[in-house]
Ligand binder design. Structure first.
Ligand code: 4AD
Ligand code: MG
Length: 461
């Protein structure tokens, strides 16, 4: 007989004569002649209640079953007289598959997120983390659904690359050289011509440059995959390995780009609120009581569109003391982003037209020669969730921007080439998948929405 998923059993309309459940014991309550055992199989948040009676051959052992033990239960699914659940399984046979000793760390009490991070291999067995990772899975599917419905082509951009899209030099190097004795050139520098690719290589910080090539061929495309940053920032919203959703559209300007960004965020939030209702309820009740209202606000708000210059003006005149005062020419700090979205506008804000000097080479220069057609989407509680821009499609401007940024033309010959043949206006953005997860669940630390997070000094699991 095939096992039933608890999720399906709990949705049943009628009792069932014979069901087979496999899962892990979450709680046990003993009465005189029987025990109630709650079993969870990960298919949904809710456990199924197993009623184990004295008639079972192994009742003496079942009565002592410890939390975390793996079990197989067969029996009848009947209406439950107890409150809190509609169905329960009257066990006819319970096999104790694999016990979990008393040292099992997930005993019945509340554990802090910090503690659970130290047992990241076990935390998906808790209610909260099971819910986080079911939502994460659904969110990934929703990303594909959304872009597929809009006629975007999904492109697999490379993970190993020789380019540095953001130009920030925050890359993990990839090498097959023997690091104890790397080959050297005459001047003592490492000779990468003898390395695997014949040149220095690194893990990608963004799939954008490759995605642009496909947008200029297939029109509307997106890439969605892992990206890597060796930035040594130990904050609650930075990870060394994170996933990014990156659409790229030909024949699209900055305004169209902002339209898509707003639509994407709203679609994904709306989808999760309905598709993951039960799991979302947990976050709304126990993680952030204002979460439901916050998400509804985002769905119903028109995102503010504000030039960078005006954003700086708001920040300069708001009377709020910041650790880093806002000033034209400096990047917005997370405290600024949060002030704009949480205090001033109380909704998401899209800041655009940033100073060229603080943005990467590929962003399109505006006519004022000072700013570029960049846009960031900022949301309450987190700050930047999306970064994007209209791309520089003019060959001469691009080449001079690259020279200013000190990028070698030889490395990016193919990127420059795209501006020589049928170059058109195009735009795109990167949505931080984990940042969206944080927004959706109210989880305050990026480490808690990634199965096995990678951050400075931490590579366990
Ligand atoms: O603003 P970023 O650096 O933009 C790019 O990489 C562009 N090439 C994207 C594009 O236009 N196709 O990163 C985009 C988003 C940020 O807004 C943030 O949400 C997320 O990626 N992000 C991070 N998330 C977690 N940890 C980090 N270290 C992140 N760095 C960026
Ligand atoms: Mg950014």
């Amino acid at each position: 007989m095939k096992r039933s998923k608890i999720k399906d059993l709990l949705h049943a309309d009628v009792p069932q004569d014979s069901v087979l459940v496999k899962g892990w014991v979450r709680t046990r309550r003993d009465a005189k002649d029987f025990s109630f055992i709650e079993v969870n199989d990960g298919s949904c948040l809710t456990n199924i209640q197993i009623v184990a009676g004295g008639g079972l051959d192994n009742f003496a052992e079942v009565k002592k079953v410890s939390l975390g033990t793996a079990v197989i239960v067969s029996g009848r699914m009947i209406r439950s007289a107890g409150k809190g659940q509609q169905w329960e399984v009257a066990a006819e046979k319970i096999t104790l598959l694999s016990p979990a000793p008393e040292s099992y760390p997930l005993q019945k009490k509340r554990h802090s997120d910090e503690f659970l991070r130290t047992i990241a291999h076990l935390r998906p067995r808790t209610n909260k983390y099971g819910a986080v990772f079911r939502i994460r899975s659904e969110l990934a599917y929703a990303v594909h659904d959304f872009f597929r419905k809009k006629g975007f082509t999904y492109v697999h951009t490379p993970i190993i690359t020789a380019s540095d899209c953001e130009g920030a030099g925050e890359m993990f190097q990839v090498t097959a050289l023997d690091l104890r004795r790397p080959p050297q050139k005459e001047d003592g520098a490492t000779d990468f011509s003898l390395d695997f690719f014949g040149a220095p290589a690194n893990l990608t910080v963004s799939g954008q440059l490759s995605a642009e090539m496909f947008a200029l061929s297939l029109g509307d495309v997106y890439t969605f995959g892992p990206t890597f940053r060796a930035e040594n920032s130990n904050t609650r919203r930075h990870a060394a390995e994170f996933w990014m959703v990156e659409p790229e559209m030909a024949f699209c300007d900055l305004g169209g780009n902002m339209d898509l960004a707003e639509e994407t965020v709203k679609y994904l939030i709306g989808h999760i609120l309905t598709a993951c209702r039960e799991d979302m309820e947990l976050f709304i009740r126990f993680v952030d009581p204002s979460l439901g209202v916050k998400l509804e606000n985002i769905l119903s708000a028109d995102f503010v569109r504000l030039r960078y210059e005006s954003a700086v003006e708001v920040l300069e005149h708001c009377g709020q003391k910041f650790q880093y005062p806002a000033a034209f020419g400096a990047d917005l700090q997370s405290e600024h982003e949060r002030y704009l979205t949480e205090q001033h506008f109380k909704k998401p804000v899209m800041v655009y037209d940033y100073p060229a000097a603080i943005k990467p080479f590929y962003m399109r220069c505006n006519d004022d020669h000072k700013t570029v057609a960049a846009m960031d989407v900022l949301v309450p509680g987190i700050g930047e969730i999306i970064g994007g821009s209209q791309r520089e499609e003019r060959l001469d401007v691009l080449v001079s921007r690259m020279a200013e940024a000190g990028l070698s033309r030889e490395n990016y010959w193919w990127y420059i080439d795209s501006r020589r043949f049928g170059s058109v206006e195009h735009s795109g953005f990167g949505l931080g998948f984990e940042r969206l997860m944080m927004l959706l669940t109210g989880m305050a630390n990026i480490r808690d929405v990634i199965p096995f997070p990678r951050t400075p000094g931490s590579i366990d699991f």
